[in-house]
Design a protein around this ligand. Structure first.
Ligand code: KIV
Length: 290
């Protein structure tokens, strides 16, 4: 029987002082790569707007897009808990609309939880989600859906007043029943202070080492996006260079007649496998059976 992934790892890791590792995933390959690398949970972030869809912010990302990608991530069958972002607009009007959006993510895309940006101003939406038994991950700091209000992608909580507001928002999210809070682009000292003052794990991105865990966008840390390297990203690979080199080699081979070779070709019903170099692999149905 299929085992249902749970969110237990969040509370367990915090109580054991073990740091949580999260990555974004947007489809089957990224979900499986992240799982094979040993992360604790997958986040279907609305960063897919920029990373996959060519938007300049997360604001145009629709619920339909979130459902499409979240379905693919859960279909990957990694056994890891999957959290999906509630997109912009889904928790800014009527809390019933928020619950409807979250229910779709849980029922149709089979995610374990949703993530929602903001603190005390989301009080009613959070309460409605709790009533609907939907676990919520909070998100404070440089919340990308607040881009226009912030006037750009700017580090948050640098002055005493906004730091106190973030601290109060974190405590509110804890009391409101969130199971974790993402802290994005805030000073490291403030993130440590928040982490020490709440009972749930904090997951940092651009928030220093004092959080209970970290999250990165998978395309950023794999170096799949040449043109985006903010301070908070550490690149663990340079895959875009490797991918471009591989594609260039393929193009050269095709143009020079070096690909395909007999080893990549099929013989006819009378042909000899040895001549075509297919090593006796005669079953054409294997071509798509990975
Ligand atoms: O959308 C996203 O990928 C996120 C993470 C970067 C926290 O919200």
């Amino acid at each position: 029987m299929e085992t249902v992934p749970t969110l237990d790892v969040f509370a367990r890791s915090r109580s054991r002082g073990r740091r949580l590792v999260l990555l974004t995933a947007y489809d089957v390959p990224t979900a499986r790569l992240a799982a094979r690398g040993g992360v604790d949970a997958l986040l279907v972030g609305d960063s897919l707007g920029q990373v996959l869809l060519g938007h300049t912010s997360t604001l145009p990302v629709t619920l339909a897009a979130m459902l499409h990608h979240a379905r693919a991530v859960t279909r990957a069958g990694t056994g890891l808990p999957v959290i999906a972002d509630l997109p912009y607009g889904s928790f800014h009007i009527d809390p019933r609309r928020t619950v409807r959006a979250a229910l779709k993510l849980v029922q149709q895309a089979r995610v374990q939880a949703v993530k929602l940006e903001g603190g005390r101003r989301r009080r009613d939406h959070l309460a409605a989600l709790q009533d609907a038994e939907i676990p919520v991950m909070g998100h404070l700091g440089l919340t990308p859906q607040s881009l226009n209000r912030f006037g750009g992608y700017k580090v948050q909580g640098r002055d005493a007043k906004s730091a106190e507001q973030l601290l109060a928002d974190a405590q509110f999210l804890d009391e409101a029943g969130c199971f974790a809070i993402v802290l994005e682009c805030i000073p490291a000292a403030l993130a440590s202070r928040i982490s020490a003052s709440v009972s749930i794990p904090t997951i940092g991105i651009g928030a220093g080492v004092g959080c209970d865990g970290q999250v990165l966008v998978i395309h950023d840390m794999l170096g799949l996006q040449d043109d985006f390297q903010p301070r908070f990203v550490k690149r663990y690979a340079e895959l875009s260079g490797a991918a471009v080199a591989a594609i260039a080699a393929y193009a050269e081979d095709v143009r020079a007649g070096r690909f395909p070779t007999p080893a990549h070709s099929y013989d006819d019903a009378h042909g000899a496998a040895a001549e075509t170099g297919d090593h006796g692999r005669r079953d054409d149905t294997d071509t798509r059976n990975r």
